[in-house]
Design a protein around this ligand. Structure first.
Ligand code: HC1
Ligand code: SF4
Length: 574
């Protein structure tokens, strides 16, 4: 430990601390911008590029960036001198002098960290003017938009993409005023092996990286009298959307969500959790089939589209590992345009299926032609949690005052097993609840497989199916996924089943969720809420969902049977 004095306050802190860490300990605020400290992911973005956290250190000539200057014993720091404050304001003014001024109509308006800092530092004038950068807007991908003009070179995206996700898509190019952050050779995003996980979007402090905004498309469909617009919501939405309306992280808003969607004008309001229950019927059957017939093991859950594209690009030799199941929201879309359309006598070509997802990659997934049926996409439009929040505000819906409503039926019933899809470990736990009963023929009394839960990036556990031990591997975050897959490839890890989610925490930490980075507690609270949602459900095993049972009886026949395979499964190709 060392003693440090900041603004006359003495604190004792570990030797490896920076001045910024020590200031936090002392309860003294130093403004930051590029800095991002994600304890749980063991990742710190410490590029010290924005120069906003400059402080004075006694007996040192210049100012020091607090985020990157280590403490030493007896150090005396001042954060509040005229020189430090002037330097801080100058750093922000310089950033603003080369930043577009369309804040009022910017996607990050009122949730931009640069804007907030300018306000906090009371900046009312920009004393510098000079050349401004003007780059081409990269709208090449279906999921992520890159607006280089709004980039402040904090390099958080680079850290997220390279260190957490190990995708290596984004890095700094060129030098000086010409510096940009982008893919090698500044290629358009669509020409890279970007997974569209959206973690770069989630950490970006400005609108340099955003999801492709599809809210106008949804309004257009809702306003078109010839269209029958069906909406489905992912498990992770109900534990996060409330945050956009001032509610505590982890507040469950399932009932308000159904009510709000109805108010927006959707013709039918359904639940992706129904699709998740169907996924378990298919995935558990496929696993049992692979176990019994000596098929490819381990089998890997296939619901996360960013991770599917990761395996396609980075592990093409392992492309036979994922389950052939389409993801739950795509299964839902398929069933809406076949089973539901038939049942309701609606022309599937007039039906528009909208998915509300915590995920940016789902936008690109929905456009994948191998997942479409006949000539139409199964899911027509995907919006994120944030986009839904914007639509609800635009429509003047007083979300927190809404009375709870239920989803519509027959695609609105779901079990606790489907709810836990939203967190790391949940999909495989849901599969085990069903596989256990199908393999052993006995009732599973305690449905909670605690050994599969947690927030560790890489976990393994066994589930005992009465004599048959199922070895399970779980990874979330693509860096952890890479390690798990490499272990399997090298024969180091032997598993029967694995679950991978691209985003840290699983879908609850998705790139389309309310911005949560900078506060490790938020994702944990969403996870606790997911498990509470499971406990609230009267039915907690997918194969006991009465509407799912009816679907198979009336329409699909056997799980993993001929029609189910045709409609609900796909083939992944590297
Ligand atoms: Fe997910 Fe899924 S859980 S992928 O994590 O399998 O996005 O929430 O909707 O499709 O159900 C996301 C969440 C979501 C699918 C399901
Ligand atoms: Fe990297 Fe994911 Fe962003 Fe693509 S979407 S650039 S893979 S962090």
């Amino acid at each position: 430990y060392v003693k440090v004095t900041i603004n006359d306050k003495e604190v004792e802190v570990p030797r490896e601390y920076t001045i910024l860490n020590a200031a936090v300990e002392a309860g003294i605020k130093i403004p930051t911008l590029c800095h991002l400290d994600l304890h749980d992911l063991k990742m710190v973005n410490r590029t010290a590029s924005c120069r906003v956290c400059m402080v004075e250190v006694e007996n040192r000539p210049g100012l020091a960036p607090a985020c990157a200057t280590p403490v030493n014993d007896g150090m005396v720091v001042r954060t509040d001198t005229v020189r430090a404050i002037k330097a801080r304001r100058m750093a922000v003014e310089l950033l603003l002098s080369n930043h577009p001024t369309d804040c009022l109509i910017c996607q990050r308006n009122l949730r931009c960290e640069l804007q907030a800092l300018a306000q906090e530092l009371n900046i009312r004038e920009i004393h510098y003017s000079g050349k401004r950068n003007k780059y081409h807007l990269d709208t090449s991908s279906q999921a992520v938009i890159k607006n280089q003009d709004k980039c402040i070179l904090c390099r958080r995206c680079e850290t997220a993409c390279n260190e957490i996700q190990t995708c290596g898509i984004l890095s700094a190019l060129n030098r000086g005023f010409e510096t940009v952050v982008g893919p090698a050779f500044n290629l358009p995003m669509v020409e890279t092996s970007c997974t569209y996980c959206g973690q770069c979007v989630a950490v970006c402090p400005t609108a340099a990286l955003t999801e492709v905004n599809h809210t106008r498309k949804v309004w257009k469909a809702l306003h078109n009298p010839d269209k029958y617009v069906v909406v489905q919501v992912a498990p992770a939405i109900r534990v996060a959307l409330g945050e956009l309306f001032g509610m505590e992280a982890g507040t469950i808003v399932t009932g308000k969500l159904a009510a709000a969607l109805r108010k927006l004008g959707f013709d039918q309001v359904y639940d992706t959790e129904f699709g998740a229950d169907v996924t378990i019927m298919e995935e558990a059957k496929e696993l049992i089939h692979r176990l019994e017939t000596g098929g490819r093991l381990p089998m890997l859950t296939s619901c996360c589209p960013a991770w599917v594209s990761f395996i396609e690009h980075q592990f093409p030799d392992m492309i036979d590992v994922p389950s052939t199941c389409k993801s739950p929201h795509i299964m839902f879309g398929t069933l809406a345009k076949t089973y539901l359309a038939e049942k309701m006598g609606i022309d599937p070509n007039k039906m528009v299926v909208v998915s509300v997802m915590p995920c940016v990659a789902k936008k690109a997934e929905a456009a994948r032609t191998e997942l479409s049926l006949d000539d139409h996409d199964n899911v027509d439009i995907v919006i994120t949690t944030r986009e839904l929040g914007d639509m609800l505000k635009e429509a003047g819906i007083d979300f927190d005052k809404l009375a709870d409503e239920d989803f519509d039926h027959p695609l609105g019933e779901s079990t606790g097993a489907a709810s836990i899809f939203g967190t790391t470990g949940g999909v495989i736990e849901a599969a085990m609840r069903t596989a256990y009963e199908w393999v052993t023929g006995e009732t599973l009394e305690n449905v909670e497989f605690q050994q599969l839960r947690g927030m560790e990036g890489l976990r393994e556990a066994t589930v005992d199916l009465k004599g048959q031990e199922i070895k399970i591997g779980i990874a979330h975050g693509l860096g952890n996924a890479r390690q798990l897959l490499e272990d399997i490839r090298n024969g180091k890890g032997e598993y029967h089943a694995i679950e991978i989610m691209a985003c840290p925490g699983g879908c609850i930490g998705g790139g389309g969720q309310p911005y949560h980075y900078g506060n490790d507690e938020i994702v944990k609270k969403r996870q606790q809420a997911i498990y509470r949602e499971d406990q609230r459900k009267s039915i907690r095993k997918s194969h006991e969902n009465p509407e799912v049972i009816k679907l198979y009886k009336e329409y699909l026949g056997e799980p993993y049977g001929e029609l189910a395979k045709k409609l609900l499964h796909t083939k992944f190709e590297a």
